[in-house]
Design a protein around this ligand. Structure first.
Ligand SMILES: [Zn+2]
Length: 229
């Protein structure tokens, strides 16, 4: 006799034009997540991805940006634990405690990216989804907000055209040195246009108090809060 639970990738998530097959979380995934929560105060997004998403998807080579990773994690959460989670909040008006069950789909506010080429003077930068998972992990190397914002900009550069010559074989370090050497006026213009194309993902909920009917706007920060709730 063999003790084998046959796991299948029966679920499909459609994110950013990609189809991803996945299986629900198993006990091992949950245990590893809970151990990480217990041992580490600050669980990064890429840690969550490694623990809970990567082991459960069929397309192991697929590259998802950080927002797509979060959206996929929520799809997995829905199929593994359920599509709702409990939330209690104090009304801003009457101060009464509201205890509600929230649909995950109701809190996701997502604007898809609109990446494209941007030209400033004689430089053209093509922005896109990071080409490798290794690039996305670069975000874990930096601690400050400033560096994180800068690294995020770098990993979304797919190629650069300088004086009509397309450059696309540079290393991350070469790219970093190059961008750092640009005059701030040029960089700022690139950055402004890149920001406008970038995706945006927030977790928010408008909720009417069950006591006084006041509209409360609730911001839900990171994912771990409602993951296993
Ligand atoms: Zn109220």
């Amino acid at each position: 006799m063999a003790l084998v639970y046959k796991e299948e990738y029966k679920n499909i998530a459609k994110i950013g034009g990609k189809e991803i097959h996945f299986k629900p979380w198993n006990t091992k995934n949950e245990k590893e997540f809970l151990i990480a929560v217990e041992s580490d105060e600050d669980i990064t997004d890429s840690m969550l991805y490694e623990l809970l998403v990567k082991p459960c998807i069929k397309e192991q080579d697929i590259v998802l940006d950080e927002y797509e990773q979060k959206l996929l994690m929520i799809e997995m959460r829905k199929k593994s634990i359920g599509s709702t989670f409990p939330l209690s909040y104090k009304c801003s008006n009457c101060k009464n405690l509201n205890e509600i069950e929230v649909e995950l789909d109701d809190i996701i506010k997502y604007n898809e990216p609109k990446y494209d080429e941007v030209t400033v003077e004689d430089i053209t930068i093509s922005f896109g989804v990071p080409r490798t998972e290794k690039l996305i992990k670069r975000l874990d190397e930096v601690d400050t907000k400033v560096e994180k914002t800068f690294y995020n900009f770098l990993i979304h550069i797919n190629y650069i055209i300088i004086d009509g010559v397309k450059e696309d074989t540079f290393s991350f370090e070469e790219l970093k040195d190059y961008i750092e050497s640009l005059p701030t006026s040029i960089f700022d213009e690139f950055y402004e246009k890149y920001s406008a194309m970038s995706p945006n993902l927030r977790f928010e909920l408008d909720q009417y108090c069950m006591f006084c009917n006041e509209k409360n706007q609730i911001n839900l920060e990171g994912i771990p809060n409602f993951l296993w709730a």
